[in-house]
Design a protein around this ligand. Structure first.
Ligand SMILES: Cc1cc2nc3c(=O)[nH]c(=O)nc-3n(C[C@H](O)[C@H](O)[C@H](O)COP(=O)(O)OP(=O)(O)OC[C@H]3O[C@@H](n4cnc5c(N)ncnc54)[C@H](O)[C@@H]3O)c2cc1C
Length: 338
């Protein structure tokens, strides 16, 4: 492994590139080892260049968004991890000069966008052009400040636009693909392609884009009133906080609901994995510093200093206990990198 790593040290990358870079802090569960190479392009074109160089060297390529639906094994991941963290700009469509960074947007800036006198800003056009690394919480906040509806259902969902589109993030109040007009992808052959919503086939927690990398999207929201949008967001967040450990380190839901999901709903499978785990008294079960959340049986939390080995040990134990007691095979929903 180390000999192979040394061989890639001479590669000239077209963007910021970190060798043997730790990944745990780049995920919400905060476990896992390091990447042989962590690449940090800052534009879609740089991302494409980085992808092509990695491909040319026949390296394994993975894409990292906010790491909110991911468990990374301990040790060194061979190949490259392309982080979209710097590819995070957001634009208004009809005014190429105006760049909005949703994370940094103040109320004053949002109000300015609604100022009918402001030059070259299409107040009645509630669309955003968003690059892959823009944060979902930032977009939700921007939508609230603008008084645009459509993203309320993503309140409290961490991660990025790219990861959200790849996973079709959402829940009982709606999914990200509900507001997608168009997605720009990087295909495995290294070419960009624009996919219109009508030509896409997203499913439950799956954007249906296969191996393609999401580099950006056009989101179409609905003009509304900012107080109403904020009120809905508050209501949904309160509901979410009652059932999910949103302030603890986790990777979201670990297991698929056995029997498969019903359309549209969070944990709406025939049998909920969380309820099964709860019924077997497994909430609070620990392995090292990893534990089954006491709030939601389908969440594993890192109490500080857990390793991926702890987390996967706990996952295996839950799977065997559920298999033994109920003869049900729990399948992992979260992504695993090894
Ligand atoms: C507390 C908590 C609550 C959560 N609640 C919800 C919820 O209610 N509903 C829900 O759906 N999810 C929920 N999640 C899971 C997570 O927030 C979503 O799945 C989110 O969309 C993950 O985005 P990400 O950018 O972090 O993706 P990552 O975790 O970085 O990646 C996930 C997968 O997407 C791929 N990916 C990432 N970026 C791209 C890209 N640009 N192009 C192609 N593939 C890409 C990765 O390679 C990986 O396979 C929750 C997570 C936590 C920690």
């Amino acid at each position: 492994m180390w000999r192979e790593c040394a061989m890639t040290l001479s590669i000239e990358w077209p963007c910021v590139a970190l060798a043997n870079s730790p990944l745990a802090k780049r995920t919400t569960l905060k476990v896992g080892g390091s990447a042989e190479w962590l690449l940090e392009p800052s534009t879609p074109d740089e991302l494409r260049e980085a992808y092509l160089v990695a491909k040319e060297h026949k390296l394994e390529i993975r894409v990292l968004g906010g790491g909110a639906n991911l468990i990374i094994d301990d040790g060194v991941l061979p190949g490259v991890v392309i982080s979209t963290e710097r590819v995070r700009r957001t634009f208004r469509p009809l005014d190429p000069g105006e760049v909005i960074h949703p994370d940094d947007m103040t109320e004053e800036q949002a109000n300015k966008l609604f100022d009918i006198e402001a030059p070259a800003i299409a107040v009645n056009d509630p669309r955003l052009i968003v690059w892959a690394g823009a944060s979902l919480p930032g977009l939700v906040r921007a939508a609230s400040l603008l008084g645009w509806s459509g993203l309320e259902g993503l309140i409290g969902v961490p991660g990025t636009l790219g990861g959200g589109i790849a996973m079709n993030a959402g829940g009982r109040w709606g999914e990200l693909w509900d507001v997608v007009d168009m997605v720009r992808i990087l295909r495995p052959d290294g070419e960009f392609e624009d996919i219109q919503r009508a030509d896409a086939n997203p499913g439950y927690r799956n954007g249906g884009l296969g191996e393609c990398i999401v580099v950006g999207a056009v989101l179409r929201l609905t003009l509304d009133n900012k107080h109403r949008v904020a009120a809905r967001q508050r209501e949904y967040l309160l509901e979410k906080c009652k059932v999910q450990p949103v302030t603890e380190s986790s990777a979201g839901c670990i297991f698929k609901n056995p029997g498969g999901p019903k359309a549209g709903g969070e944990n709406s499978g025939e049998i909920s994995a969380g309820r099964l785990i709860d019924e077997l008294g497994l909430k609070g079960l620990e392995r090292g510093a990893a534990a089954v959340s006491k709030l939601h049986g389908n969440f594993i939390v890192n109490r500080g200093g857990a390793t991926a080995t702890d987390v996967f040990g706990l996952i295996s134990e839950i799977q065997s206990r559920v298999q033994e007691a109920r003869n049900i095979e729990l399948e992992i929903e979260v992504k695993r990198w090894r």
